[in-house]
Design a protein around this ligand. Structure first.
Ligand code: NAP
Length: 313
C-alpha cells in the first residue's frame, strides 16, 4: 500500500510544534505551516505496517490502548484514531494518534483494529461497526469492547463468561450491544465484555458522588474494572490474534452501590461526601467472575479491586 492521504481539519497556532505527531515520527523533515486559523491540512502517512493500529473511538480507553500499544508493545508503529467529530483531533495529534472522520469509509485497511466507541454518540452505531470491520485486513486482530450488561442476571447472582445473555428484543440497550457483537464475531473479530469502567474522577463512584442523592437501590451489585486494566486486557487480547472469541473484563470484586460509596466516604480522599441511595424496587445486579479469561489471556488487573484503587489514590 502506498502513501495514504487524508484531509484532517484542525486548529493550530504558533506555539504548537506538533513534535509528537505520527507524521513527524515518520517524516522528520516535514513541518506544518503555523497559523491562527482553523485550517484544512493534507496529511500523509507511511504505508500501513504490520503492527499499525486503528482505534475507532479514541476516547478514555482508546487513548490508553494507544499509549500501551506504541510505548510498550510496538514502538515506532502508527496509531490512527477514528472519531465522530473533529473536536478532539488536535489533542489526538499531540498524543501521536493520527485522527480522521473518514477512514472507515476509505480504502485503507489495518492489521489491528479496536472498536472502543460507546453506542450513544452515533445515529448508526451498527453501520459504524460494519465500516470498522471493512477496515480490518484480516491479519492481526479486530476487537470490540462491548459491555457485560447483556449477561442475563438481575438478582445479584454469579455470572461468568458462559452465562447466557438476554435474548435480542428484550431491551434496546442490550440489543445494540448484542447486534454489534454479532457483526464483529461474524467477521472473525473478537469481543471483550467490560464491566463498569472507572478511574479518578470518572465512573460510577464519581457519578454518585456528584449527585449526592441517587434514586437507585443501595444493594444493587456493580462490577468494575479500572480503565488502565481494561486497556492492558484489550491490548493483550489484540496481541493474541484470536478469531471469533468472547472475553470478560472485570476485577472479580463485585461491590454493592452502597459498599462503593462507603469506601469513597471513609477514604477521606474526596472533597464531597455522598449522601444516600433512595431506590427500593429497581432490579438487582450480578457478580461477575472472569477466571477463564484471566487464565487464557495471562492477565491480572493492576487494580485488584475498587478498595485497592482507593488505597492508592
Ligand atoms: N463506561 C463504562 O462503564 C463502560 C462499561 C462497559 C463497556 N464500555 C465500553 O468501553 C468502550 C470505551 O469507553 P470510553 O469510556 O473510553 O468511551 P469514551 O471516552 O466516551 O469514547 C469517546 C470517543 O469515541 C468517539 N466516538 C463515539 N462514537 C463514535 C463512533 N460511532 N465512531 C467513531 N468514534 C466514535 C468519540 O469521538 P469524538 O472525539 O468525536 O467525540 C471519542 O473519541 C466503549 O466501547 C464503551 O461502550 C464502557
Amino acid at each position: 500500500m502506498g502513501l495514504g492521504t487524508v484531509v484532517v481539519n484542525f486548529s493550530v497556532n504558533n506555539n504548537n510544534t506538533f513534535s509528537q505527531t505520527p507524521l513527524l515520527h515518520r517524516f522528520p523533515h516535514f513541518s506544518f505551516m503555523a497559523t491562527h486559523f482553523n485550517v484544512s491540512q493534507t496529511q500523509q502517512f507511511a504505508p500501513i505496517g504490520n503492527h499499525d493500529l486503528l482505534i475507532v473511538g479514541p476516547g478514555v480507553l482508546g487513548r490508553l490502548v494507544a499509549h500501551q500499544w506504541r510505548q510498550q508493545e510496538y514502538p515506532g508503529c502508527q496509531v490512527f484514531g477514528q472519531t465522530i467529530t473533529t473536536h478532539h483531533h488536535e489533542e489526538l495529534l499531540q498524543m501521536g494518534i493520527t485522527p480522521s472522520l473518514n477512514w472507515t469509509k476509505s480504502l485503507h485497511k489495518f492489521p489491528y483494529v479496536i472498536f472502543c466507541a460507546p453506542p450513544y454518540q452515533s445515529s448508526d452505531y451498527l453501520g459504524d461497526i460494519r465500516q470498522a470491520a471493512l477496515c480490518w485486513n484480516g491479519e492481526g486482530s479486530f476487537l470490540y469492547t462491548s459491555s457485560s450488561a447483556p449477561y442475563d442476571c438481575n438478582d445479584n447472582g454469579l455470572c461468568d463468561e458462559d452465562t447466557p445473555v438476554v435474548p435480542i428484543g428484550r431491551s434496546p440497550r442490550t440489543d445494540v450491544l448484542l447486534k454489534a457483537e454479532n457483526i464483529v464475531l461474524e467477521t472473525g473479530g473478537s469481543v471483550v465484555r467490560l464491566s463498569g469502567l472507572y478511574k479518578e474522577g470518572k465512573g460510577a463512584h464519581a457519578y454518585f458522588l456528584e449527585k449526592g442523592i441517587v434514586e437507585s437501590r443501595p444493594d444493587h451489585v456493580l462490577n468494575l474494572i479500572h480503565y488502565e486494566d481494561a486497556a492492558f486486557l484489550s491490548v493483550a487480547i489484540l496481541k493474541k490474534q484470536f478469531r471469533g472469541r468472547i472475553f470478560l473484563g472485570c476485577d472479580n470484586h463485585p461491590l454493592s452501590r452502597q459498599e462503593i460509596m462507603d469506601l469513597v466516604n471513609k477514604s477521606g480522599k474526596f472533597d464531597k461526601k455522598f449522601d444516600k441511595f433512595t431506590g427500593t424496587d429497581d432490579p438487582l445486579g450480578k457478580r461477575l467472575n472472569n477466571s477463564k479469561t484471566r487464565q487464557e489471556i495471562g492477565w491480572e488487573p493492576k487494580y485488584s479491586s475498587f478498595a485497592h484503587f482507593i488505597e492508592n489514590l
